[in-house]
Design a protein around this ligand. Structure first.
Ligand SMILES: Cc1ncc(COP(=O)(O)O)c(C=O)c1O
Length: 376
């Protein structure tokens, strides 16, 4: 048997939605993006959202919204995907690597206290693997230090912490709809906030700086607005080609309806996985999975002699992954490295095992059996 690590759960509903865009022959930034932004805001309980083509773009633009002076510092966890810290570099800011909590693997509040200084302007917590950072504590800590909070929710679309959606605790929430994530648009991302004024400049910023996107100009023209000057637009600031398009939004509108169901299915699978390893001493869940209102993107474990375990799983046809080599160990980020001993130790034990809603019962049991046969 072969078991994939991740697999998007897409089918005829998504295809029909794309067909709808084909029929109208409007594939770019258009009405479906606007509708998806509206439905996403409503879903997470946020006032405003801007659709972009990735979470990497979302994090870049979210941080740019504050126009922090060059050389200021941004606190990011040492254990995350490069995009979190890359957002600081894109904005000519300095990433300050913060160690992780040994239990939850999220950014450590103790180390934040050690690393913060007067040049820090923002903190970017990541709900690593989908496990929530304690946002009540983090937000009050950040407020006390005058820091903006940009939540990296790439791993955690649809999850709640203490009954409130992840991505709505901080000043801005950024989401990923890349193909492996909790829901997908192929590639895609979303920026959400309760401060519409803050997000306003991000609309032209995702569209090469143009103050009116093509759909807006078309709408004006169609509505017969006598003042509409359909060719005229202004560019007043730097912008990027970061927009979401209607094909992505077609998929996103359908996936959004399925998101809660997919997250509940992930919880079911994780329950079976965790029950399956509870008696083993050489493998443990990576963090204290809380399987309610959750959005665990990945099934992560801590295992002894990781490379041998990965080889064992591979020989049995089970795909595995490692998330991640801590960023301070990457050549680009080495010069920003500081003491992050927990991240440097813990990542050596981490392995990601298959998790996606369409896993079959047979596959789940097979993965568990392969984990058991590791020490046989
Ligand atoms: C923590 C984290 N942040 C940001 C991103 C970037 O997401 P995207 O692929 O949508 O750009 C990822 C992607 O895996 C991620 O894991």
């Amino acid at each position: 048997m072969k078991v994939r690590l991740f697999k998007p759960s897409v089918g005829t509903d998504e295809l029909e939605s794309i067909q709808d865009s084909f029929n109208s022959a409007w594939l770019g930034l258009g009405p479906k993006v606007i509708e998806f932004e509206r439905q996403w805001s409503e879903y997470i309980g946020s006032k405003e959202s801007v659709g972009v083509n990735s979470c990497t773009a979302a994090l870049h633009l979210a941080l740019s919204a504050y126009r922090f002076p060059e050389g200021k510092k941004v606190l990011v966890p040492a254990l995350t995907f490069a995009a979190t810290a890359m957002a600081a570099l894109y904005n000519r800011l300095i990433p300050v690597f913060v160690d992780i909590d040994p239990v939850t693997l999220g950014i450590s509040l103790e180390d934040l206290e050690r690393k913060v200084d007067k040049d820090c302007v923002a903190v970017m917590p990541v709900h690593f693997g989908g496990h929530p950072v304690p946002m009540d504590d983090l937000v009050s800590w950040a407020k006390a230090h005058g820091l903006k909070v940009i939540e990296d929710c790439a791993h955690s679309a649809g999850g709640l912490y203490k009954g409130k959606a992840l991505g709505t605790w901080g000043d801005i929430g950024c989401f990923s709809f890349e193909e492996k994530k909790c829901m997908t648009t192929g590639d895609g991302g979303m920026i959400s906030s309760d401060d519409p004024e803050l997000l306003k400049p991000l609309r032209p910023a995702r569209w090469i700086g143009i103050n009116k996107d093509t759909w807006e100009r078309y709408e004006d023209y169609q509505l017969g607005n006598p003042d509409a000057n359909s060719w005229y637009y202004e560019i007043s600031d730097i912008g990027y080609k970061y927009n979401m398009n209607d094909l992505m939004a077609s998929i996103g509108l359908v996936q959004l309806k399925k998101l809660d169901g997919m997250n509940r299915r992930r919880e079911d699978i994780l329950r079976q996985y965790i029950a399956g390893i509870q008696d083993l001493d050489y493998i443990k869940p990576a963090f204290p999975y809380h399987l309610q209102d959750s959005s665990y993107w990945a099934y992560m474990v801590r295992v002894q002699d990781r490379e041998r375990f990965i080889t064992h799983m591979k020989e049995n046809g089970v795909a595995t992954g490692v998330h991640y080599l801590p960023l301070p160990m990457q050549p680009l980020f080495m010069k920003y490295a500081s003491e992050t001993p927990v991240a440097s130790a813990v990542w050596r034990e981490l392995v990601t095992l298959p998790l996606f809603p369409d896993l079959t019962q047979e596959e789940i049991e097979y993965v568990n059996a392969c984990v058991h046969s590791y020490m046989d």
